[in-house]
Design a protein around this ligand. Structure first.
Ligand code: COA
Length: 260
């Protein structure tokens, strides 16, 4: 299933016009992903900041770097646009809350309760995942060829994951590390894990999977892992609740979602 993503208007076999709508994808029980470019002009972004809640505006003000603040605003504007499209509501009036694990959710009501979403950003790009009736987590990372892979693995990976990384040819370690990192972060986001060392993952060149979870030892197959192809410089992973045979992953172009 890794990388098996339908692209709306991209010639995915069986796609219909109805399937190209974000809400329709979710109504079928499938997962929708949307990619966004965060590199937009300062003037455009700042003029939209009143689309954000007070909480979001105050968080935006905490960013020291202009670029980081602008990209945060941009991420939330896109998120609100997408949520507005899914819920059929004014994007400005949607109440976004954070649960104790750090996961965002739309304040419960009859329309939004079953909606799960996750987002990630790296180097001016963002990616969003939406699903109904199942938890999702997504992670995107720019594969920086200049990083010290083993040093970073010392921070992010468990001892067993580090051993596995060390056993690979040096030329494969960068790709393997980023695959591992994305797999872990997407799982954290999907499952609401608060202690990253409590679980271990399999990663490239193997299929991504959860191989150990001290918190939920009998639950390993509750989650499915979907490696996403975002181009040669990027690693991306989607983790979803349920067997991968039970749903499709469909990418929708951001341009197909109405502007604010
Ligand atoms: C939570 C975490 C996964 C976010 O990943 P990141 O690469 O820093 O940032 P991303 O852009 O991918 O994701 C950020 C988004 O994730 C969401 N998010 C944050 N914490 C979350 C959580 N606990 N669960 C689900 N989603 C979360 C937010 O929507 C956030 O967007 P925002 O900044 O606009 O509010 C990461 O920071 C983290 O805390 N990891 C655990 C710590 C650790 O040890 N990591 C290494 C082992 S994997």
């Amino acid at each position: 299933m890794a990388g098996d993503v339908c692209h709306i208007l991209g010639g995915c076999a069986g796609s219909t016009k109805k399937e190209s709508d974000l809400s329709a994808v979710l109504a079928r029980g499938d997962i929708a992903i949307v990619g966004a470019d965060l590199n937009r002009s300062v003037e455009t972004i700042e003029s939209y900041s009143d689309f954000l809640s007070e909480t979001e505006q105050s968080r935006a003000r905490e960013y020291v770097q202009d670029r980081d603040r602008i990209q945060f605003i941009q991420r939330r504007i896109v998120l609100r646009r997408l949520l507005g499209d899914i819920l059929g509501r004014d994007p400005r009036r949607i109440v976004i809350r954070t649960d104790p694990s750090g996961k965002l959710f739309v304040a419960p009501d009859a329309q939004s309760r079953p909606l799960s979403f996750s987002m990630s950003h790296s180097r001016g790009r963002a990616i969003y995942a939406f699903a109904k009736q199942r938890q999702v987590g997504i992670d995107l990372e720019y594969r920086d060829p200049a990083i010290d892979v083993l040093k970073m693995a010392g921070v992010i990976c468990t001892p067993a994951e580090r051993d596995r990384l060390n056993s690979l040819p040096v030329g494969d370690q960068l790709d393997a590390f980023y695959d591992c990192w994305c797999t872990k972060e997407a799982f954290i986001k999907a499952a609401g894990v608060r202690e990253p060392p409590s679980f271990e993952v399999a990663f490239w060149p193997d299929q991504p999977a959860l191989v150990r979870d001290r918190g939920m030892p009998k639950d390993l197959r509750r989650w499915s892992f979907h490696r996403l192809n975002r181009g040669p410089d990027w690693a991306a992973m989607l983790v979803a609740e349920g067997d991968s045979g039970g749903f499709k992953v469909t990418e929708i172009a951001e341009s197909r979602v109405p502007a604010l």
